[in-house]
Each structure stands twice: as structure tokens, then as C-alpha cells.
Write a protein that binds this ligand. Structure first.
Ligand code: SAM
Length: 345
């Protein structure tokens, strides 16, 4: 028996295996919801170990499903475990786990994308932002279609210090498709460097802990899975509002293979695009012929600060949207064409 297996036997009373739970409650994975279950409790223990020492911690597990990771969290001797699960079919199995750890588990049947976490934990756990992180952890193996929008939402919460970060620098251990994990940690010059790399690394220390092969899950997903740990930074690398940073970074990577000035250009209306782009590149002191993947965090900071200055000088600038301008151009082109056809008839 492994060390983790022994701990399991010590803390939870004998329970059906996850496989038995799946059979007992007829929990066939819903492929449309990208449900892939982890049945190997050693791997579940390994995921949970990445979160650090959870003794007496308050943990929120998102998407517990049949409860493999849930058992590992309970075995880590946590004080409280909050489970947020969207699919009703899993609730009875989770209740069974809850009964095995009396007083420790709270089950929320809901959607983690809309669940408000700013009241999820006791007030006394709150820490100052500059202090060590609070003894609160978020852990989850969610469908990939949920984990990426969720991390973007939580990064915005980190930036605003709200949601789960109202308690301080709450740490998160989450799974992603392996390629997304690579983007999250990608450094300057790497092929995987992308919007996600800048958005996550400017706000958090991001650690790609390990990769779980797809065949460890049932049913087997087409891709491998990365376990990634996030710890919010005391001081973000870019001191600008989240939406502004996101707009600049998204624009820069819009033409990821071109020189970076091309992406910067789409922050400005066509009429004075060239002039404003040149002004922004000069203020930011960034070489316009660098490719987006070659830009450092300091370059992005310079670009965001320069764009902020220009937005402060021109109050209509931030609302400008390149896609809307493109759509409008296409519409008027189509209208002109239709008018021409009518005149020819
Ligand atoms: N954590 C379990 C495991 O590792 O075996 C289940 C993993 S399965 C990939 C994802 C789980 O997240 C499912 O139980 C699914 O119902 C749940 N889920 C999906 N979307 C969700 C959402 N928006 N909010 C809460 N739970 C969600």
C-alpha cells in the first residue's frame, strides 16, 4: 500500500471505489459536457499535493464529478471543503462522501462560472494582499471549455482583488489541456507565447506542475492534461486595469507572425492609425519590428502605459473597436454593391 493509500484509510471510512460510485449512480460521462473522470487515486493525490500543505485549509473544489480528487482533498486533512458541481447526477455520490467526513463538506449545485466566491469562506481567513496567501485553495479538474474562460475571469478577479481574492492571494491548482498549460507558462521567444502567457504571468506566479497522459482518464480525452498552479503576485507586473491590458495584449497578438506594430495599429481608427501607432511605439520605447512572441513583460508594460496615456488624452479612444470598424466597412461595401446592381437593372 502506498503512503497516500495509508492516509486514505486513516481519514475516510471504507467507501465504494470511484468506479463503483460511477456504476452505482449510473454516472455515464456526458461527452457533450467533456466529462472525463480520474479514477486513479494516486494521480488524484498527486494533483492535490501540488496545492501544498492543506492541513486545516479551506478548499473549494470546482467540478468534483464522481469525487476522485474530492477524496484526496479530504484525506489531506482540510478544515472545510466546498464543492461546486453543475451536473445534478453527481450530487448523491458527493453526499455519500460528505457523510463520510461529517461537518467538513458543503455541496453547492451550481455553475462555477457564475457562483460568487466572495462570501464562500469565513471572514477570519482574510489576509492583507501583501501578506502570505490565506489558507484557502481552489482545486479543480474541469472541462477544458470551462477552465480557460474561468481562469480569465479569475485573473480579472485577481487584478480587482475581488471574488475568491477578496480573502487575499488565494492559490489555485487547476487542470488544462496540455497545450494551454504550455501557453500559460510560455516565456519570451517561445512559440507558445500568447495572450494567455501575458495575462496570467503579469498577475500570478504560474507553475506547470506535471502532465497527466490522456489515458489516465475515462473516457480518454484526445489530449494530455497539464496541472497548473497559480499564486497571485503581491505587485502585478503591469499596473493598469485588466480590460486595458487585455485589449492591448489581444491586439498585439492579433497578427502573431507579423511585426508587433501591426497588432498595435488596430488599437486606433484607420484615419490616424499610422501616426498613432508610431507615437505609441515611441512612447513605449519598443522596437516595432519585434514579433509579438519576442516581446518581454517590460515591453508589454511599456505598451500598456503608453496606451493608457493616449486614452487619458482622448476619451473616445478606449471604446474604439477594430472589428466593429471592419464590419462597418464590409457593410457599406455590400450596400454600395447592391445599389450598383439596382441601378444596372
Ligand atoms: N473532477 C472530476 C474528476 O477529475 O474525475 C470530474 C472531472 S470532469 C472533466 C468535469 C466536472 O466538472 C464534471 O463533473 C462536470 O459536471 C463539472 N462541470 C462542468 N462544468 C461546470 C461548471 N460550469 N460548474 C461546475 N461544475 C462543472
Amino acid at each position: 500500500m502506498t503512503a497516500s493509500g495509508m492516509v486514505a484509510a486513516l481519514h475516510l471510512p471504507p467507501l465504494p471505489t470511484i468506479g463503483e460510485i460511477i456504476k452505482l449512480f449510473r454516472l455515464r460521462a456526458n461527452k457533450q459536457l467533456s466529462q472525463n473522470f480520474l479514477l486513479d487515486l494516486k494521480l488524484a493525490d498527486k494533483i492535490v499535493r501540488q496545492a501544498g500543505n492543506l492541513k486545516d485549509a479551506h478548499v473549494c473544489e470546482v467540478g468534483p464529478g464522481p469525487g476522485g480528487i474530492t477524496r484526496s482533498i479530504l484525506n489531506a486533512n482540510v478544515a472545510q471543503l466546498l464543492l461546486v458541481e453543475k451536473d445534478t447526477r453527481f450530487i448523491p455520490g458527493l453526499q455519500m462522501l460528505s457523510e463520510a467526513a461529517p461537518g467538513k463538506v458543503c455541496i453547492v449545485h451550481g455553475d462555477v462560472l457564475t457562483y460568487r466566491m466572495n462570501r464562500a469562506f469565513p471572514e477570519h481567513l482574510r489576509k492583507m494582499w501583501q501578506d502570505d496567501p490565506p489558507n484557502i485553495h481552489i482545486i479543480g479538474n474541469l472541462p477544458f471549455s470551462v477552465s480557460t474562460p474561468l481562469i480569465i475571469k479569475w485573473l480579472e478577479n485577481v487584478s480587482n482583488r475581488d471574488g475568491p481574492f477578496i480573502y487575499g492571494r488565494t492559490q489555485m491548482t487547476l487542470t488544462f489541456q496540455k497545450e494551454v498549460g504550455e501557453r500559460l507558462i510560455a516565456s519570451t521567444g517561445s512559440k507558445q507565447r500568447s495572450r494567455l502567457s501575458i495575462m496570467s504571468q503579469h498577475l500570478c506566479t504560474v507553475q506547470n506542475c506535471f502532465v497527466i497522459p490522456g489515458h489516465a482518464f475515462i473516457p480518454k480525452p484526445k489530449v494530455d492534461v497539464a496541472v497548473v498552479r497559480f499564486t497571485p503576485l503581491v505587485e502585478p507586473k503591469i499596473l493598469q486595469p485588466f480590460k486595458l491590458v487585455e485589449k492591448v495584449v489581444r491586439s498585439v497578438f492579433h497578427f502573431r507572425r507579423k511585426f508587433c506594430w501591426r497588432g498595435v495599429g488596430i488599437l486606433f481608427p484607420e484615419a490616424d492609425r499610422l501616426k498613432k501607432t508610431e507615437q505609441m511605439m515611441q512612447t513605449a520605447d519598443v522596437d516595432p519590428t519585434l514579433r509579438p512572441t519576442q516581446l518581454t513583460m517590460l515591453h508589454f508594460k511599456g505598451l500598456c502605459d503608453a496606451y493608457r496615456k493616449m486614452c487619458d488624452e482622448d476619451s473616445s479612444l478606449f471604446a474604439y473597436n477594430y472589428r466593429d470598424e471592419l464590419k462597418e466597412k464590409m457593410r457599406s461595401k455590400r450596400d454600395r454593391h447592391l445599389k450598383q446592381l439596382e441601378e444596372e437593372d
